[in-house]
Design a protein around this ligand. Structure first.
Ligand SMILES: Nc1ncnc2c1ncn2[C@@H]1O[C@H](COP(=O)(O)OP(=O)(O)OP(=O)(O)O)[C@@H](O)[C@H]1O
Ligand SMILES: [Mg+2]
Length: 325
């Protein structure tokens, strides 16, 4: 707990004093790239984000998941200082939210963006390289490198207005990579990309991780999240419903039982869910409790044909967390 952070002040009011308090609160742990405590954002009467407490370790690839309207983009905008929190605290790269020095070390691909249509792809990158503080003599090379990384090497001279949706997204990604940022925040980086583009983005994220950068990724594409993320947080209605290391969260849990001779109520009494014609699922069951479960089913007059341990995919876990039947 961070007592100072819970006092309900605006995230910026505490300035550097709060920064130091939050740093001390981290104790001997490796520094966090992002740390928030009870971060909140209201839009009028709507609470878009309620009490978001996150810890994103440096060097990790962090997946931020949740259904449409859950508050993911709102959280990203708060982290970057693009909107102000109406409650709670946070730090990014060791500085208060929105701190200009920290922002220079962050690459950001926004969810909805449009670059000036009359500029060429290269010109967009050159202007953003200047904004990112890349030295003048290095900008041209940085722009070329970014174009090549996102597969636009052939298209740098074309005007953005002639780009396809996927090409615009690639350009946005190139902008986010300029200046070797320590933290790269990607809000739905692959929503417009073809399968090859998605594969490329996976490679880009791995390369970022290899050079020690932290990646914060908003995505609905759970197979991609599963492939690249070390940690995830799942947001629903502005609140975190699951958070942790992906390998821990996906640890096999629960069994599906093919069974005959039980009523729906019997299965529910055992803590399971019935799915016709004769499957019962016990999503919370610890595998050590399988023999006891089978014994109970038999005692109730059921005949067990098969017991299959669940290997949870992220998609299945996601639906469980959101309590989708
Ligand atoms: N500028 C705004 N004014 C009013 N309400 C807003 C504003 N921006 C977001 N909201 C509301 O805040 C909630 C969270 O929106 P947000 O864009 O953060 O969701 P999201 O998780 O990014 O969704 P998606 O998956 O669709 O991108 C929604 O209810 C949305 O309507
Ligand atoms: Mg969003």
């Amino acid at each position: 707990m961070l007592p100072e952070a819970n006092a309900g002040r605006s995230s910026l009011s505490g300035g550097y004093a709060v920064t130091q308090q939050l740093d001390r609160a981290a104790g001997g742990e490796p520094p966090a790239a992002i740390r928030t405590e009870l971060l909140e954002r209201r839009y009028g009467r709507r609470l878009a984000l309620r009490g978001l407490s996150l810890l994103v370790p440096r060097g990790s690839v962090f997946g931020f998941l949740g259904p449409n309207g859950a508050g993911k983009t709102t959280a990203v905008k708060l982290l970057l200082g693009l909107v102000r929190a109406t409650g709670g605290e946070g730090m990014v790269l060791g500085r208060p939210l929105g701190d200009p020095a920290a922002r220079r070390r962050i690459g950001y691909l926004p969810e909805l963006f449009r670059y000036q249509e009359w500029l060429t792809g290269r010109e967009v990158l050159l202007s953003h390289a200047a904004l990112a503080g890349v030295a003048k003599v290095e900008r041209s090379e940085a722009a070329e490198r970014a174009l090549a990384t996102v597969g636009l090497a052939e298209h740098g001279q074309r005007r953005v207005g002639t780009f396809s949706k996927g090409m615009q997204q690639r350009l946005g990604l190139a902008v986010a990579l300029l200046g070797e940022p320590e933290l790269v925040v990607l809000d739905e980086p692959t929503s417009a990309l073809d399968p090859v583009g998605r594969h490329d983005v996976r490679g880009i994220i791995h390369a970022l991780k290899d050079r020690g950068a932290t990646v914060f990724l908003n995505s609905h594409l759970l197979t991609e999240v599963e492939a690249v993320c070390d940690e995830v947080a799942v947001l629903d209605h502005g609140q975190v419903v699951a958070q942790g290391r992906l390998d821990h969260l996906l640890e096999a849990r629960g069994v599906d039982v093919e069974v005959e001779g039980l009523e729906v109520e019997d299965i529910e009494r055992l803590g399971g869910r019935f799915s016709p014609p004769r499957d019962a699922s016990f999503p919370q069951l610890d595998h050590r409790d399988v023999p006891a479960l089978v014994q109970k089913i038999v005692a109730m007059g059921g005949r067990v044909h098969a017991v299959t341990p669940r290997r949870a995919s992220l998609e299945q876990r996601f639906l469980d967390w959101l309590e989708v039947p």
